[in-house]
Write a protein that binds this ligand. Structure first.
Ligand code: FE2
Length: 236
């Protein structure tokens, strides 16, 4: 193994820190899970390189998706302070983060969401932003609502925000979700509870910023995403 390969080598994933592959009662998880055991392949250039100049290829939206004035989305205004780090705590600077979420009524602006909850004409629920030099991003949005899962057995997703992060390497891409602290539905969520390790589950729940330290008009939450390694944020 070359020094570069050794540097980027990823140890076996600790299954306890990642969700079970197929979540009972959530049929999409079966559809997106490999049916065959994974094969370890030697790392080559296509694994040891990553996306470059992402902002030239995909349009950025900026981190403010709550709107203002007459165009302000309905719902509780929140500020999400994200920090993207590598497994050793190094900030992942200048990388692209994509987020998507339901509106305050629990409705996605997506053709697959035919839920009865209303669409908010002032809220698209998605953003594409780059981290700054410290790996940080701030997003101004509204708190997503809970929504029922159209699957067998009646259950609801707690409020959550989806994130996709492109790390320094193609292998570092992480798709995950952030949950809110103190939500009663967290303990019943089949996705969050599919992560066996309690500490790893905790890592998916944002921290409430003290009200005196947040903006005047929004509740603020802090959240850290670790893109790879043994302490990687669970990919849910
Ligand atoms: Fe969702």
């Amino acid at each position: 193994m070359s020094p570069e390969q050794a540097r980027y080598a990823v140890g076996p994933i600790d299954d306890a820190t990642q969700p079970v592959r197929v979540v009972p009662g959530y049929r999409q998880t079966a559809l997106r899970t490999p049916a065959q055991p994974l094969q370890q392949r030697p790392l080559t250039l296509s694994e040891l390189t990553g996306p470059t100049e992402q902002a030239k290829r995909l349009a950025l939206t900026g981190g403010d998706i709550a709107g203002r004035g007459a165009n302000r989305a309905i719902g509780q205004l929140i500020q999400v302070r994200l920090r993207i780090v590598d497994e050793d705590g190094t900030p992942v600077a200048g990388t692209m983060l994509e987020m998507w979420q339901a509106n305050a009524a629990g409705r996605y602006l997506h053709p697959n969401d035919d839920d009865h909850a209303p669409v908010d004409p002032h809220f698209c629920g998605a953003a594409r932003v780059l981290t700054d030099d410290t790996g940080a991003i701030e997003i101004r949005t509204v708190k997503p609502g809970a929504y029922p899962v159209p699957d067998n057995g009646r259950w609801w997703r707690p409020p959550h925000i989806h994130f996709s992060v492109w790390g320094k390497l193609w292998l570092s891409r992480l798709v995950t979700q952030m949950f809110f602290p103190g939500e009663p539905l967290n303990n019943q969520d089949r996705i969050l509870q599919a992560v066996p390790n309690a500490e790893a589950r905790e890592g998916l729940i944002a921290r409430a910023v003290p009200m005196t330290e947040g903006p005047e008009d929004a509740l603020a939450f802090e959240h850290r995403i670790v893109v790879r390694g043994g302490r990687a944020t669970p990919a849910v």
